[in-house]
Design a protein around this ligand. Structure first.
Ligand code: SF4
Length: 361
């Protein structure tokens, strides 16, 4: 008998699902996976190679590092250069180039930039270094923001005054809505992010589903999860009966996690945000509320940096909107490789270009 998780890795079940997808898909379909973890899982399990030619998989704007605006990277670089600051960050952000430098380059030049796994590690650094200012680079979606909010509440409760956060946090549903409004974007189905939906619930995607009527399935990260979602999307397209489905009920409740959302909303409020390569998206960012101004690094260090254009030739924005594939970027594998990334989609382990590079050789 199969254990719970093995069931979702079962090769026989996967084969049967692939056969049904092949049988049911008639017309060409463009299906976007929104989450970077799905992008990686799809490559890792070789799902692209077993699908019929009629299905094109696109990677959406679901990698937080990839959509962090250059101006935010520049702000992190500026903070790292301050001798009084210890900058704490998730590892993925280190190599992302801003307009002139990266955190890795600053670290190599002597800046105190430390990799952490959570905001709580950053709080420990703050306690151990009372004569320094510790800044945490907050780059995340709904999956990560509640924990960041929890860390900020802890800092406040414990009176840790040498700690602040620069928020480049972002929300997923407004990005999908913005995508649908973009000229040239054609999507026949969404594989909605499983981890984000644990917090938001599928309901967060209902407004844009109602508006655009594009089939959408929330699913998990095992091969059976992904293939099942693909089959549902193919079937909904065939029957022209679009639905918003929660196919990941073992992790995602319809209401999401209201407690986590409450903590997030206690500390942060919505604001317009700049998405790298995509542009401004209304109400898609999460900035610190006034009540928490003393932990807001942007205010504490008076940072206001203009955005700069993307590196010439980098098509990250178009890739994140499903308008291009990574191998259609003229810098791909030439000027841009994981060792020398030009754009963020090649840096992050969940970036579409990095995934393409790693698996399509
Ligand atoms: Fe940007 Fe490099 Fe991807 Fe081209 S291959 S879109 S330059 S990250």
């Amino acid at each position: 008998s199969l254990t719970y998780n093995q069931e979702f890795k079962d090769p026989e079940l996967s084969k049967a699902l692939v056969a049904r997808i092949r049988e049911k898909s008639a017309r060409p379909l463009r299906i976007m996976e929104v989450c970077g973890t799905h992008t990686m899982a799809i490559f890792r399990y070789g799902i692209r190679s077993v699908l019929p030619d009629t299905i094109t998989l696109l990677s959406g704007p679901g990698c937080p590092v990839c959509v962090t605006a250059q101006k935010d990277i520049d702000a992190y670089v500026m903070l790292a250069r301050r001798p009084d600051v210890i900058l704490t960050t998730f590892g993925d952000l280190m190599k992302v180039p801003g307009s002139g430098s990266s955190l890795a380059a600053e670290k190599a030049k002597g800046a105190d930039v430390r990799m952490v796994y959570s905001i709580f590690d950053a709080l420990s650094v703050a306690k151990e270094n009372p004569d320094k200012e510790i800044v945490f680079c907050a780059v995340g979606f709904e999956t990560t923001i509640p924990t960041i909010a929890g860390g900020i509440l802890t800092a406040k409760a414990q009176g840790i005054n040498n700690f602040s956060v620069y928020s480049a946090n972002k929300l997923t549903p407004p990005a999908l809505a913005a995508l649908m409004e973009t000229d040239g974007v054609e999507i026949d189905g969404f594989i909605l992010p499983g981890h984000v939906s644990v917090i938001t619930g599928p309901d967060a995607f209902a407004p844009s589903f109602e508006k655009y009527r594009i089939p959408a399935v929330v699913t998990g990260f095992e091969p059976v999860d992904i293939l099942k979602a693909l089959l549902m999307l193919v079937e909904q397209n065939a029957s022209q009966a679009p639905r918003l489905v929660n196919a990941y009920p073992r992790a995602v409740a319809d209401a999401g996690n209201p407690k986590a959302r409450a903590i997030m909303d206690q500390v942060f409020e919505k604001a317009d945000a700049l998405w790298r390569g995509i542009g401004n998206i209304p109400d898609s960012g999460m900035v610190l509320r006034d009540l928490f101004h003393e932990v807001d690094a942007a205010r504490k260090f008076d940072i206001s940096i203009p955005d700069t254009p993307e590196p010439a030739g980098c098509d990250c924005g178009q890739i994140l909107m499903g308008l291009k594939r990574p191998d259609q970027c003229r810098l791909y594998k030439k000027a841009c490789t994981p060792i020398h990334p030009v754009g963020p989609c090649m840096v992050s382990s969940e970036g579409a270009c990095a995934a393409f590079y790693k698996y399509s050789r």
